[in-house]
Design a protein around this ligand. Structure first.
Ligand code: PMP
Length: 286
């Protein structure tokens, strides 16, 4: 079935939605994005995604396409028009179409491009993967240095996913200067002796919206969290590990570079945090 998508003020069948070949998102990856999940027809943590979008735009001197209230209205309209119960809403803002290719940013008369579309994922929160856990491999982190800005430069993360697939794993954790930065599309955590360890915020990682909520819920549940870098050897010696992202929520990791963690099955901390996260976020969904 054809989706209804949103492009610059219009709701269109996906076959009719078009963006110029001169759009800077296409030519220069001069664009930022957000992915918000939908559970039971409601948006999970829209405010968090809107705030991070504003930050990404600000860091790149890019104009906001419209006020947050309008973004929220478009999200909701797409959920309704596409009858999304569980799924994702993808949003992308580019620096627009200056009518030609040039490295310099265009002047303010060039309007940003705003594109949004839905992905229906029935049963998104009941993923079979959560029951068996994920296998990760380690790879060098060869991305640019401003990973705190959520740009559409996703070539290296895509290559990382392919390296993982080739190795019979589900994802790759990226390593820089001996320490894990994050997964290709998620934040990374280990658990050792009851303590949760995850890298501190900085320009080296994306400031996950799910990470922020999970860290808060873990502290509220009296779990100990240490925000510091960790190595792959530490991860291999951990009792358990997990990742977080807006689409996977909290997902257990059961092996790192072929080394099984603990019993090789999803650990109790990851399992508990997944339950808490889903319960709390469903309650707060709008
Ligand atoms: N790190 C990277 C590199 C990501 O691409 C993502 C997912 N967009 C995350 C972390 C997780 O962020 P969030 O919880 O906001 O989805």
């Amino acid at each position: 079935m054809s989706r209804t998508v949103y492009v610059n003020g219009q709701y269109l069948p996906e076959e009719e939605a078009k963006v110029s070949i001169f759009d800077r998102g296409f030519l220069m990856a001069d664009a930022v994005y957000e992915v918000t999940s939908v559970l039971g027809g409601k948006l999970i943590d829209f405010a968090g995604h809107a705030a991070r979008l504003a930050r990404s735009l600000g860091e790149l001197d890019m104009a906001a396409p419209c006020p947050d209230a309008e973004l929220l209205a478009i999200h909701r309209e797409l959920v309704t028009r596409n009858e999304i119960v569980d799924g994702l809403i993808y949003l992308q803002v580019t620096r627009g179409n200056p009518g030609d290719r040039d490295f310099a940013f265009p002047d303010a008369s060039v309007k940003p491009t705003l594109v949004m579309f839905t992905q229906s994922k029935p049963g998104l929160a009941d993923s079979p993967q959560a029951k068996v856990g994920m296998k990760v491999i380690s790879i060098d982190d060869l991305r640019w240095a401003r990973r705190d800005i959520k740009t559409v430069q996703l070539l290296y993360p895509s290559m990382g996913k392919m390296m993982a697939k080739k190795a019979g794993a589900d994802d790759a954790w990226m390593v820089e200067d001996g320490f894990v930065t994050e997964g290709t599309s998620n934040n990374a955590y280990l658990v050792k002796g009851g303590r949760i360890v995850t890298r501190q915020l900085g320009t080296e990682i994306l400031h996950g919206i799910t990470r922020a909520a999970v860290v808060r819920f873990a502290r509220e549940a009296q779990m100990e969290i240490e925000e510091r870098p960790f190595t792959i050897d530490e991860a291999k010696a951990a009792d358990e590990a997990f990742i977080t992202s807006a689409s996977a929520f909290v997902m257990p990791v059961v092996s790192v570079d072929g080394v099984a963690l603990g019993s090789g099955t999803p650990g109790p901390v990851a399992t508990r945090l997944r339950e808490i996260y889903l319960d709390e976020m469903r309650k707060a969904a709008i």
